[in-house]
Design a binder for this molecule. Structure first.
Ligand code: IVH
Length: 669
């Protein structure tokens, strides 16, 4: 590759990788598989190795992850949380072992093999026997303070026995059990919410909930895999005994960890799990091999951000090739037209795969997938199978390009595609497909929770013309139900009783049940805490809505346009007549949180407290903290050497507070 080409390619790769980092670490919405991401990283690393002049300090190869998202206080890790080098085949594993052996002057060494759990790394700090702090990895140097959320995980001990060191940090992987992952995705799909791509994502999404009550409802679990640091107390001199010690303190350590004396034993361990991993209730994407003796670990040290004393031997994602018979369209609750792949059935690790996701039209175009193509289908762990791309060499010329239909395949109304959005939508609120999805959502467990009203009954009600909008659920009588297929007297009674009970649901559930685009259950809670009356909410303008922290322009727009629609206001009136709760009359918190709805930015060095302490205090009082100054920022707290944020605040006319002013404000609050 000529120098110019190499430089250009490196630039492209960095840009692409940075974008995927943000999608993965900050937004929890990855667009590509981990395997594809690894390939991009690999190419960039190779390129930088053979062209050292291209190495720049800001290259993603020098980073562990991405900066923490807004909303949690930032914490600095006393010992950085680094990552692992990868091996993708026996030869690469051997090369790792050879290098370590050479650096240890030919010494033989034991290794510990562990499963590489596909979750989210966390650091737990204990002082004087109690859990005082929990943080995510973030970029490896700074993470987010998610103590409250971590406390909800039952397998994390809140206190440890007296023989534990006075102060120490434990590291481990928080994960989402597979059985529960599938269940959650089914529920989300039923509610018209986007499904999670993989368990790691789900664990991350759950752990980074601003409301720890939501985290508490998620069945998160943890495996602990190392000691970050420890002060006071005798410590083992090898990794295996360290794990045993942690287990004796009450931490959950994986029972499949093993000591291996030779590389052959490591390879046997790897192969055993290559076939066996699917049997476990957690996702693992490889085996972590660690040099056991801490003395050897110290001697080997680190290269850049990766230890030389450990490596991750990754499992390959399973890929198969099959025919793409057709591209089907599924109309979602909010009218989105979702393309999916209809495949010639194919066996992937013992599961027959007939359907796979295709994401959206742009993705199909970008990958140049055509109907009739032989396609590569990938399934990594429990991820829903996805079409990776076509096998272009096997084309016959008979393949057809895919085009989004111009009309909704269900109701025939012309579809719309908003600029900047990847989705094509059916704009017809009365489209039977939408009404069916909406009705299922309305009565579902997280919404109005009408017990006994499943998919089949929803369909029968629509077919019998008994339901024209969701509010009609409250007009259904026993006599309406009895003529329906498979409806016994007793079940009819039960359903009528369940419908009646559902009128008592709290306001946020009612709002969520309406199925407004972009208003999930958490957003509904936020909106209800500001507007305790759906009629008031229905009159709010998008400007007013955007004032609420967490409500962006897209959401504000969607809410405004929902309530401007006369048919939707009619639904509200019908719900009111049916005595469904539209006003929240529960008593408010006794003490109002004094900084509720007020956004702060903290910058520069403070003398009396750390930035994270200041931010934590703001949040305790109900305020929010952002990392950049915008029009929504009410106060900039500026310490010493405040930098560019001060300039930005001056430009926008944001109120400035020095440290003394800030302390005064929070002491009054
Ligand atoms: S040890 C110096 N052990 O993999 C790095 N990591 O790419 C020490 N992980 O951030 C990490 N299971 O999130 C280690 N048994 C295990 C692991 C494990 C999963 C994750 C962890 C880490 C990442 C490294």
């Amino acid at each position: 590759m000529t120098d110019n080409h190499a430089a250009e390619r490196a630039r492209q790769l960095r840009e692409e990788i940075n974008r995927h980092n943000r999608l993965y670490y900050v937004l929890d919405q990855p667009e590509i598989s981990d395997a594809d991401y690894d390939l991009l990283m690999r190419e960039l690393r190779d390129l930088e190795e053979s062209n050292p002049e291209l190495v720049s300090p800001d290259s993603p190869t020098h980073r562990v992850g991405a900066p923490p998202a807004e909303g949690f206080a930032e914490v600095e890790h006393p010992v950085p949380m680094l990552s692992l080098s990868n091996a993708f085949n026996d030869e690469e594993l051997r090369a790792w072992h050879r290098r370590a052996t050479a650096l240890l002057d030919g010494a033989e060494f034991d290794m510990v093999c562990e499963l590489k759990i596909d979750g989210l790394a966390v650091a737990l700090t204990y002082r004087d026997g109690v859990l005082v702090h929990g943080a995510t990895r973030g970029d490896g140097y700074r993470g987010e303070d998610v103590t409250r959320n971590l406390r909800t995980i039952r397998s994390i001990p809140l206190s440890v026995p007296a023989e534990a060191p006075r102060a120490f940090e434990v590291r481990g992987e928080v994960y989402f059990p597979r059985s529960q992952f599938d269940k959650l995705n089914e529920e989300r799909a039923a509610q018209g919410l986007p499904t999670y791509a993989n368990p790691r994502n789900t664990a991350a999404g759950s752990l980074r909930q601003l409301d720890s009550r939501i985290t508490a409802q998620r069945p998160l679990d943890i495996f602990v895999y190392s000691l970050g640091y420890a002060e006071g107390g005798d410590l083992p001199n090898n990794h295996w005994d360290t794990l045993e010690m942690l287990a004796s303190f009450g931490f959950r350590v994986n029972v499949h960890n093993a000591v291996c004396r030779t590389l052959e034993e490591v390879e046997a361990y790897y192969r055993q799990w290559l076939d066996g991993i699917e049997r476990l209730d957690y996702a693992a994407d490889g085996v972590v091999v660690k040099v056991n003796h801490l003395r050897y670990q110290d001697a080997l040290g680190f290269v850049g951000r990766e230890p030389r004393w450990a490596t991750a031997y990754k499992f390959p994602a399973t890929q198969v090739v099959t025919r793409l018979l057709d591209i089907g369209i599924n109309v979602g609750r909010t009218g989105s037209l979702n393309p999916f792949a209809v495949l010639e059935p194919v066996d992937v690790n013992g599961a027959m795969v007939k359907l796979a996701t295709l994401h959206n039209e742009d993705d199909i175009r970008r990958k140049d997938i055509r109907i009739g193509d032989w396609v590569v289908v990938e399934r990594a762990g429990e991820v829903i199978p996805q079409v990776v791309g076509p096998v272009a060499e096997r084309r016959t010329g008979e393949e057809r390009e895919f085009a989004m239909p111009e009309r909704c395949p269900v109701c025939g109304v012309p579809v719309v595609r908003t600029e900047g959005e990847a989705m094509t939508r059916c704009p017809n609120a009365a489209c039977p497909a939408q009404l069916f999805e909406l009705l299922k959502h309305f009565v579902s467990r997280g919404a109005m929770d009408v017990e006994g009203m499943g998919e089949r009954l929803c369909l029968s009600l629509l077919e019998a013309g008994l339901v024209g909008d969701v509010a009609d659920v409250y007009g259904i009588t026993k006599e309406d139900l009895l003529p329906l297929e498979r409806m016994a007297e007793k079940s009819a009674d039960n359903i009528i009783a369940a419908i009646r009970r559902s009128k008592q649901r709290p306001l946020a559930r009612v709002l969520f049940a309406l199925g407004i685009l972009h208003v999930g259950s958490e957003m509904a809670e936020t909106l209800v805490s500001h507007y305790r009356n759906l009629w008031t909410l229905s009159r709010a303008t998008k400007e007013q809505l955007s004032e609420i922290p967490g409500v962006g322009p897209r959401i504000a727009e969607s809410i405004e346009s929902y309530f401007q629609n006369e048919a939707n206001r009619q639904v509200l009136r019908k719900l009111q007549r049916a005595e469904v709760r539209l006003v929240d009359d529960s008593p408010r918190e006794l003490v109002e949180r004094p900084l509720a709805g007020v956004q702060f930015v903290v910058t520069g060095r403070l003398a009396g407290l750390t930035r994270s302490q200041a931010e934590a205090r703001i949040k305790e009082l109900g305020g929010s903290v952002s990392s950049s100054v915008s029009r929504k920022t009410a106060y900039l707290v500026a310490g010493e050497e405040p930098g560019s944020k001060l300039d930005q605040a001056r430009k926008l006319g944001t109120t400035l507070l020095d440290e003394a002013g800030f302390l005064e404000m929070i002491s009054e609050a």
